[in-house]
Ligand binder design. Structure first.
Ligand SMILES: O=C(O)/C=C/C(=O)/C=C/C=C(\O)C(=O)O
Length: 289
């Protein structure tokens, strides 16, 4: 899907919703594409300048063509959603934001595809709202907690921190070079678009740094609760993920009773972008059977 096809562009599908869940009262941005009876929600990762559209623009069209309604939710503190300083569990905050959004849109149940932080938040949502989830796809995330093999924080997460503190093009390039397996696939256009996203919302960048200072562990370890998630789950990981290492994916398939794992060779932390065609075919097959 290209941003030049007006009906499927970010601008044409851009919407806002106000959610109210206890003390949480926020305006959130989302993209709403397609009109199928079944809904697929996509939750983006935690990098500076991330958004539903930036993370998933290569994955929308096949789902819409197959008859799904696709919702890309921008989490609190990202893109055009309201700013927030988060001192508790960000996974649970995002889960509450998703519940509020589904309630406001009158959607009882959705399949959820989560990328990194979005995957942590998907598990948080499934734990809190088991009756609201269909199938789950988790990429490069699903729970916080330690890797058994790789020193934490990983090199990628350290580079994200440096980029949040100093949002320069050099730091962005340092981070993106570790982000994907094949950095030559990253164009100057992509870097500039990401830089513009980041610099458009300096408040989000500053709030993320303040949140980390207040609580360095934004994503709790759900390892001990994974057995409660009964939804069918497809876990997808990049062999060369230098942000959230592969053994976290192995922990997920051990803990989630109805999960299977696919590992992409020559793939970093962005499987849905680095291997978009195969990723899209796998997700459709998983959702339809
Ligand atoms: O710290 C974690 O466990 C999670 C890290 C992320 O969610 C990183 C994600 C980065 C992106 O998806 C991005 O587009 O920047």
């Amino acid at each position: 899907m290209s941003d030049t096809t007006p009906a499927l562009s970010e601008a044409a599908t851009s919407r806002f919703v106000r959610i109210q869940d206890g003390d949480l009262n926020l305006q959130l941005h989302y993209n709403d594409i397609g009109s199928g009876a079944e809904t697929v929600v996509m939750l983006h990762g935690s990098g500076p300048g991330a958004s539903g559209w930036a993370n998933f623009h290569r994955n929308i069209e096949p789902l819409v063509n197959a008859g799904y309604r696709v919702i890309l939710l921008d989490c609190p503190g990202w893109s055009k959603s309201d700013p927030i300083i988060n001192t508790g569990s960000r996974s649970d905050l995002n889960a509450r934001a998703l519940k509020g959004t589904l309630d406001a849109l009158g959607i009882d149940k959705a399949h959820i595809i989560g990328n990194s932080m979005g995957a942590h938040s998907t598990v948080a949502f499934a734990l809190a709202n088991p009756e609201r989830v269909g199938k789950l796809v988790l990429m490069g995330g699903g729970t916080g907690g330690p890797s058994q093999f790789v020193p934490m924080p990983t090199e990628g997460i350290k580079l994200i921190g440096a980029l949040y503190r100093d949002p320069s093009i050099d730091n962005l390039k340092r981070m993106m070079n570790v982000f994907v397996f094949d950095a030559s696939s990253l164009t100057e256009e992509l870097y500039q678009a990401r830089l513009a996203n980041m610099l458009n919302r300096r408040d989000h960048l500053e709030n993320f740094v303040k949140s980390l200072e207040a609580n360095p562990k934004q994503f709790p370890d759900y390892g001990h609760r994974l057995g409660e998630v009964k939804a069918e789950t497809l876990v997808i990981w990049g062999r060369d993920d230098r942000f959230v290492p592969l053994d976290v994916g192995l922990r997920l398939v051990w803990g989630l009773p109805n999960a299977e794992l696919h590992i992409f060779n020559r793939c970093g932390h962005w499987a849905q972008w680095e291997h978009a065609d195969k990723f899209n075919r796998m997700v459709l097959d998983f959702l339809q059977h």
